[in-house]
Write a protein that binds this ligand. Structure first.
Ligand code: FES
Length: 357
């Protein structure tokens, strides 16, 4: 900040009780002398473990017992995952599974935490030190000092010397992340091949196309040129379990174009009905719902990362990060004029991971 050159008066230290304070120019910060003297360290009080070898031994036993308890907790968490599996959607199973795995993980964490604190407080060398600030640097002297600090820490903590404690702590730290590894198994469906499961949807030959979310079947005559419908398989709303998962794979967009504007692949000419086409609503980039249809250009837009698909050209990608066209659902009409699927999708829906699989 610029100083006030018009003032010749010098700023006097605010505390008049310290007449020896230096004077300062206006605009300059004034540091007032500390009103209190540094009281220094309180008298050192030795701990009971410093004076009584028996108590020190007892503390040592307590510490490694805590680390062993931590290992026990980690092992129990793994065992609980297997002993209390989550069968179907049973809430009681979920509760038991979570409770016992949680107890194991809690014991594992507390064992390490209490053990480490107890070790530091009762056995490691107890001295008061002043750590003066010094310039940051990597001179040989500094490196030698750092090495000395490590050596002193090792000697004072007994990390090398107290092998039982050290090894039990290392064991506890190694065992602790293991429950997390086995918990990942819970992300995959039970007793089913996840790849097989993701390769198929609820659509099958003869399944009627129904409005989302009402589930009302759609007649071909209801679909006018230029319109677009969000579609689910008929019967999806009646599923007792896994309705959301089924919908996440089977959601479809239905559009009607002027048949002359449709450029269909030769092998798919029978997959549409009088200009009505159905495509998976799940974006082939990372699986967002492709929900925006531009009637005039026949483009579908995924709002997540702006991938665009050209419905008139078998939903090929015309912009954005998606790497493959939206899968097409082969459709036709039944005897009553309702739109029905000819089969399931002929390729997996969703992210382009499938292309590489
Ligand atoms: S999920 Fe559709 S563009 Fe990324």
């Amino acid at each position: 900040m610029a100083q006030d050159d018009h003032s010749s008066a010098e700023l006097v230290a605010a505390d008049s009780s310290h007449p020896e304070q230096p004077t300062a120019s206006p605009g300059t910060a004034v540091i007032v002398a500390d009103a209190f003297e540094n009281p220094g360290f309180p008298a050192h009080r030795p701990r009971v473990t410093d004076e009584n070898p028996k108590r020190e031994k007892r503390a040592q036993r307590t510490i490694y017992t805590l680390f062993y308890l931590s290992i026990l907790g980690s092992v129990w968490a793994i065992a609980a995952y297997m002993l209390f599996p989550i069968e179907s959607n049973n809430v009681g199973d979920v509760r038991l599974n979570n409770m016992f795995i949680g107890l194991g993980a809690t014991l594992a964490l507390l064992g390490i935490g209490f053990g480490a604190v107890h070790w530091a407080k009762s056995i490691m060398t107890d001295v008061e030190l002043v750590d003066e600030r010094h310039p940051i640097g990597g001179s040989p002297e500094t490196q030698a000092a750092a090495a000395k600090v490590f050596a002193d820490s090792d000697r004072e903590s007994g990390f090398t010397r107290r092998a039982v404690i050290r090894n039990s702590l290392i064991g506890a730290l190694v065992a602790f992340p293991l429950p997390a590894v086995v918990l990942f198994r819970g992300l995959a469906p039970q007793d089913q091949n996840p790849i097989e499961l993701l390769s198929h949807t609820m659509w099958e030959k003869g399944t009627r196309l129904a409005l989302d979310p009402s589930g009302v079947p759609i007649k071909a005559s209801d679909v006018t040129i230029g319109s677009a419908f969000h579609v689910i398989p008929e019967g999806l709303q009646d599923l007792e379990h896994g309705r959301l998962e089924a919908k996440a794979k089977a959601a479809v967009l239905l559009m009607r174009l002027n048949p002359e504007e449709l450029n269909e692949l030769p092998e798919r000419e029978s997959w549409s009905y009088d200009g009505i086409v159905a495509y998976s609503k799940i974006c082939t980039h990372v699986g967002c719902p492709v929900a925006l249809y531009e009637q005039h250009t026949h483009h579908l837009l995924c709002p997540c990362h702006q991938s665009q698909f050209d419905v008139a050209n078998h939903c090929e990608v015309i912009f954005g990060p998606a790497a493959r066209p939206l899968p097409q659902l082969p459709i036709t009409v039944d005897d009553e004029g309702y739109l029905v699927a000819q089969s399931d999708f002929t390729e997996p829906v969703g992210p382009s991971f499938w292309e590489r699989h």
